[in-house]
Every structure is written in structure tokens, then in C-alpha cells.
Design a protein around this ligand. Structure first.
Ligand SMILES: Cc1ncc(COP(=O)(O)O)c(C=O)c1O
Length: 469
């Protein structure tokens, strides 16, 4: 067990001097400064006072291998001494080719080519640019429109925010973005108008077809979606029947499907590709990031079929890149992370431990009145909190549950990722998505501490005026 935590005492350093940590840019409560983390090992992070925290959400669902992974660290050392950089438009590198080959073999047929960038948003931008280049090269010059879900998240660049479904940044950056057409995400926990989840899916498939017809099928470039959602939906899972129907419409009209697996890919859901859970609705392009670099390097990837890439190469090609794209240091780290994931069967562990954690969280829900839903796939799991479990009522606007739980978690030795999206309109949840290396014993401890955190949260929410039933 960890030492007692008193974050307020240890970290009462609201920043007033020059410089400061990244969070000076966010509107954080100065009474609750973030712990200052100085080291990590396994599923744990340690602050400067020696307090231990379980990394409940793998950072922002990135640290798939946990911390201090020896194989990756030895790779970093070796690669740093061998070759850190050679620009991919100037020279080929073994590291780039090795990772591309391993990824293609792991991802399977249809995803033979890999384009490397520095993170998820850049990779989403790449997938849309690649789609447009493909359409342009094929003479389909009207294809410009992307369709995506409300709610959703597809990255934080001016070029990607507009594809996401969060009304708050869409308002702030209005007029500056390429805004997608939105259809409702088939949220399983609160389907509207008394519909069953399946009836709601059918309604949305109809809305997708209507949107394609309204925009004009020849003008729609791509449909972008998260096979298993992240923070925007609290891990809402898309079904095979739903994606099969969407696939049929896309195929009929030559619309590309782009699966955003920035969070869901790289084994987290219990399969290397989250798309493999829904085999009748396979996408054309897949975007990976987070778990691919596993927190050891910035790395994002677009996977594409050789049939498209090789044909495009004979036409206009795809000549766009970034300075750090496919740099050998990041590629070597990506290969080490992938080998570690495969050789230790962390994908199998994600499936097994995902089931175990789901069961434990539902058992916790028997005692905790604020747990409304637990959903996701493998170890991509979210826990939705509600004021009333019977009615699924959300917390009032001023009870910002993800922030409160995140902060209270520090006192129980937990670092937790959650942030309110869409002003809480679709609900509040936090990411219960630990590293893929987690064991059952570690889950037991994590859930116990999480239960204590939720108890404190419920008490605090009541003090703040919420009615918890
Ligand atoms: C589904 C999804 N897409 C895209 C992104 C953007 O990735 P990055 O933060 O690496 O730019 C994220 C990040 O959280 C994400 O979860």
C-alpha cells in the first residue's frame, strides 16, 4: 500500500513565478495543483515526495506498456547512439522500413502501407489529406466533405477540430475550421425517444444516408469515426451490424471510411485493430497513435492499402510530410513497443483484464450509487457517473464530475484521466483504462481506491448541492 497522500500539503505550489508547468495554460483550480511526477515504474507514477499513484488511465490512454519498460528504454539508448535522425524525403532508414513491415504484418490484409507522423491529430490530418489527394487524382474533384459523429473527438489541430463533435471548441473556432457534417453517435446508454440501441442504430443509419443524399454522394469524401470511442463518448462501442450498414452505403457511393483508432488501436481493445471486432464494416484507412508510441515517443500512423498507395504513387503521389515524420528514433521505439506488445501477449491480457476490470467495476456499482454505466472493449473502458442510476440523470452543470474525481483520486493514490466534453450534455465519465500490463491483483487495488475516490466524490457532490440517489 502507498503512503498516505496529502496532495495539498505536498504540492501547494500554484504557479506565480516565471515559466511554470504546462497546466498554467489550463483553467485549473489553484487549490488543487497537479502532483509533480518524478518517476514511473510498471503501472505506477511517483511524485517528488515519494507518493505512489496508480496510472488508472494510462495517462490519456497512451502508456500501454506502463512505465520504465526495459526493452523500450534499451532500444532508446541504442538507437540514440546509432542514428537519431535522417529525414524521410532525403534518405531511407532501416528503422522506418522495419516498423512499416511489422505493422503491415500485424494489421493484416488491406493495411500494407504505413505513413508516419508525430501524433494522433497529425495522423488524422494525414488521412483526410490522403483521401482528398486520392479523390483529386481520380478526377473526383468535388469530394471534399467529411461526415462524422456528434459527439466525437478527432484531434486538436485547426485542421481536425472541425471533424470532432464537441460544441465548445466548434463555437470558439467557428469560421476557422473545415467543419464536418454531423450525425448522432449511436450512444448505447441513453438512446433517445425510448428506442432500443438497435432501433437507434437504424435511425442513425437512415440519417447517414439522408446526409449523403443531401450533401450529394459525389461530394462526400469520407466518413470518420471511432470504432470504440474515447473521451468524447466514454468508450461507446459501435456494433458490427451498424458498421456493416455504413460500409454498404460508403461502398455504394465511393466514400472512404476512416477509422480513428488513435486511442482504440495498438491492442488496447483486445485486438490489434479495434476495427477487427466489426469485420463486416472494415475501414479503408486506419489512424493509430497513442499506444503505438506507448508514451515513449511521439508517433502517429496512417495505415492504408497498398492498392491505393501504390496506384496513387503512379499518379500524383502523396508528397506531403513533416520534418519529424518517420524519424528513426521514433520508429525504433515503435518497433520495440510493438514487439513487446505481441511477445508478452498484452493484447490477450487487454481482453482478459478488460473483462475482469469490467466485472469488478460493476461489482463496485452495487455499493456506489454514482456509477451509471461501465462500457468499452478490452482495456479501453470508461465509467460513467450519474446523480441517479434509475433515471440516468446527469450531475448539475456546476458539479464537474470528471474534474472532481480526477482531483480526489490523487488523495487515494490514483492519477485519472477524464474531462468534461460538450459541457456534459451527453454525460460525464472517466477513463478506467490502465496499462495493458496490469494484473488482476493490481486491478483489485485500483478498484478499491477508485471506490474510495467515488465515495468522496459523492459526498462532495452532495455538499455542492447535487441530489445523489
Ligand atoms: C480518438 C482520438 N483521435 C485523435 C486524437 C488526437 O491525438 P493527439 O492528441 O495525439 O494529437 C485523440 C487524442 O486524445 C483521440 O483520442
Amino acid at each position: 500500500m502507498s503512503k498516505g497522500h496529502n496532495v495539498l500539503e505536498v504540492h501547494a505550489d500554484a504557479w506565480t513565478g516565471p515559466g511554470g508547468p504546462q497546466d498554467v495554460f489550463a483553467r485549473e483550480d489553484p487549490d488543487w495543483p497537479l502532483p509533480r511526477i518524478v518517476s514511473g515504474d510498471d503501472i505506477y507514477l511517483y511524485d517528488q515526495a515519494g507518493n505512489r499513484y496508480i496510472d488508472v488511465s494510462s495517462g490519456p490512454v497512451a502508456s500501454n506498456l506502463g512505465h520504465n519498460n526495459r526493452r523500450v528504454i534499451e532500444t532508446i539508448k541504442h538507437q540514440a547512439e546509432t542514428l537519431c535522425f535522417a529525414q524521410s524525403r532525403v534518405a531511407r532508414t532501416n528503422e522506418n522500413m522495419e516498423l512499416a513491415e511489422k505493422l503491415a504484418l500485424t494489421a493484416g490484409d488491406g493495411y500494407e502501407r504505413a505513413f508516419f507522423v508525430s501524433g494522433g491529430s497529425e495522423a488524422i490530418d494525414t488521412a483526410v489529406k490522403f483521401s482528398r489527394q486520392w479523390a483529386f487524382a481520380n478526377g473526383e474533384k468535388d469530394r471534399k466533405k467529411v461526415i462524422s459523429f456528434m459527439p466525437s473527438y478527432h484531434g486538436g489541430l485547426i485542421s481536425t477540430i472541425g471533424f470532432g463533435g464537441d460544441e465548445v471548441p466548434l463555437e470558439v473556432f467557428d469560421g476557422m475550421m473545415q467543419v464536418s457534417e454531423k450525425i448522432p453517435a449511436p450512444m448505447s446508454y441513453r438512446p433517445p425517444d425510448g428506442l432500443t440501441p438497435e432501433q437507434n442504430e437504424d435511425r442513425i443509419i437512415g440519417l447517414f444516408q439522408e446526409t449523403v443524399d443531401r450533401v450529394g454522394p459525389e461530394k462526400v469524401l469520407a466518413f470518420m469515426y471511432e470504432p470504440v470511442g474515447g473521451v468524447a463518448t466514454g468508450c461507446n462501442v459501435l456494433s458490427n451490424r451498424f458498421l456493416k450498414a455504413i460500409r454498404q452505403i460508403c461502398t455504394t457511393h465511393g466514400i472512404l471510411m476512416i477509422a480513428d483508432e488513435v486511442m482504440a488501436g495498438a491492442g488496447r481493445t483486445g485486438k490489434f485493430l479495434a476495427a477487427s471486432h466489426t469485420p463486416d464494416g472494415m475501414p479503408d484507412l486506419i489512424v493509430l497513435a497513442k499506444g503505438i508510441g506507448a508514451g515513449y515517443t511521439p508517433l502517429g500512423i496512417m495505415l492504408a492499402p497498398a492498392a491505393m498507395v501504390d496506384r496513387l504513387a503512379k499518379m500524383l503521389g502523396y508528397p506531403y510530410g513533416h520534418t519529424a515524420a518517420a524519424n528513426p528514433l521514433s520508429c525504433a521505439i515503435g518497433t520495440a513497443a510493438l514487439e513487446e506488445t505481441l511477445e508478452r501477449d498484452l493484447i490477450g491480457n487487454a481482453e482478459r483484464m478488460g473483462q475482469y476490470l469490467t466485472d469488478r467495476l460493476w461489482a463496485l456499482a452495487e455499493e456506489s450509487p454514482v456509477i451509471g454505466d461501465v462500457r468499452g472493449r478490452g482495456l479501453l473502458l470508461a465509467t460513467e457517473v450519474v446523480a441517479n442510476r434509475e433515471t440516468k440523470e446527469r450531475f448539475p452543470a456546476d458539479v464537474v464530475a470528471p474534474d472532481m474525481i480526477r482531483r480526489l483520486g490523487f488523495n487515494h493514490g490514483l492519477t485519472i484521466y477524464g474531462r468534461r466534453t460538450n459541457n456534459g450534455k451527453f454525460g460525464d465519465w472517466i477513463m478506467t483504462s490502465p496499462p495493458l500490463i496490469i494484473t488482476a491483483e493490481q486491478i483489485d487495488e485500483m478498484v478499491e481506491r477508485f471506490g474510495a475516490t467515488l465515495k468522496d466524490f459523492a459526498d462532495e457532490a452532495v455538499r455542492a448541492g447535487a441530489k445523489v440517489a
